[in-house]
Design a protein around this ligand. Structure first.
Ligand SMILES: [Ca+2]
Ligand SMILES: [Ca+2]
Ligand SMILES: [Ca+2]
Length: 288
């Protein structure tokens, strides 16, 4: 297990709590003294939904969002950008290791859960052939043309394991509702200009797109990524469809799986968080 905790801002706190830091979910479950959701439920969903009344089992470091409390609109977006820009980066080759940790099947440590199909597939089947899984850029990398250089193209918060062929069908389409069933991925739909993921990950997709908009503001060598309310964005640094994404954020609450991957990316790889996984209400506070 690779670890870069020596550089993590949360190290002192982690040691103070005496947590056993290992693979994400199991360590969290041990630390919290709770049981992991039933394997069957997690494997089917890939994202067992947390009951609305429960706190998501995420592990936000004390004080992480203090400076953002009470803000809305552009002020909130700007403050969150400052907070989450304190981060490390991984290379595109290191993304494989990242996804094997962040998207590990909680019922089988040899597997990852694929985003669009919910399938549990062997980590060893990473690659580019039929039957493999690969590194899906949920914010399509052509939207802003950032490629796979270290930066937005290697930001684990929007990268997910997907089936090679399903990834190809999604292509660089914007997200919206409608179309016909995606071959090999029941519950997902697509038409000529958009892709609709299965219900269980609609909120995940929304929160990943909105994270990218806040994280990447054109303050470096990359484009300022922003959501908009259209489809067919092509290579423009925009991603749609915002109104649909905001609905999906409400309809699909943060799951145990989604909260855990945010923790794993923070603790083991990038040392920054997706604010919309920790605070889904901030999507409407900025764009509502
Ligand atoms: Ca469409
Ligand atoms: Ca979900
Ligand atoms: Ca932006």
């Amino acid at each position: 297990m690779r670890t870069r905790l020596g550089r993590a801002r949360g190290l002192g706190r982690a040691q103070g709590l005496g947590k056993a830091w290992g693979s994400g979910l199991s360590a969290l479950a041990v630390a919290a003294g709770v049981l992991v959701a039933a394997p069957g439920a997690v494997a089917q969903d890939g994202a067992a939904t947390v009951a609305a009344a429960d706190a998501a089992p995420s592990d936000v470091p004390a004080g992480y969002y203090d400076s953002a409390e009470g803000l809305t609109g552009e002020a909130l977006k700007a403050e969150l950008n400052d907070i989450i820009s304190v981060s490390d980066s991984v290379s595109y080759s290191e993304v494989w290791d990242g996804l094997m940790a962040s998207d590990e099947d909680p019922a089988n440590p040899d597997n990852v859960i694929l985003l669009y199909t919910g399938e549990s597939r062997a980590k060893s089947l990473n690659g580019g052939d039929v039957g493999d899984w690969n590194r899906e850029h949920v914010w399509a990398k052509s939207h802003g043309d950032f490629g796979t250089a270290t930066g937005p193209g290697t930001d684990l918060h929007h990268l997910r394991p997907t089936d090679v062929q399903v990834n190809s069908i999604r292509g660089n389409k914007d997200f919206d509702e409608g179309g016909s069933t995606v071959s090999g991925a029941p519950g997902n739909y697509t038409d000529s200009d958009s892709f609709e993921p299965r219900d269980e990950v609609k909120g995940d997709v929304a929160r990943m797109i909105l994270y990218m908009a806040v994280r990447w503001e054109g303050e470096d060598s990359f484009a300022d990524l922003e959501p908009n309310d259209t489809v067919n964005n092509g290579s423009a640094p925009y991603h749609g469809k915002l109104s649909t994404l905001l609905e999906w954020n409400d309809a699909d609450p943060v799951s145990t799986f989604e909260a855990n991957r945010n923790d794993v990316i923070y603790e083991q790889f990038q040392h920054n968080r997706n604010p919309f996984v920790d605070h889904p209400e901030w999507a409407d506070a900025i764009w509502g």
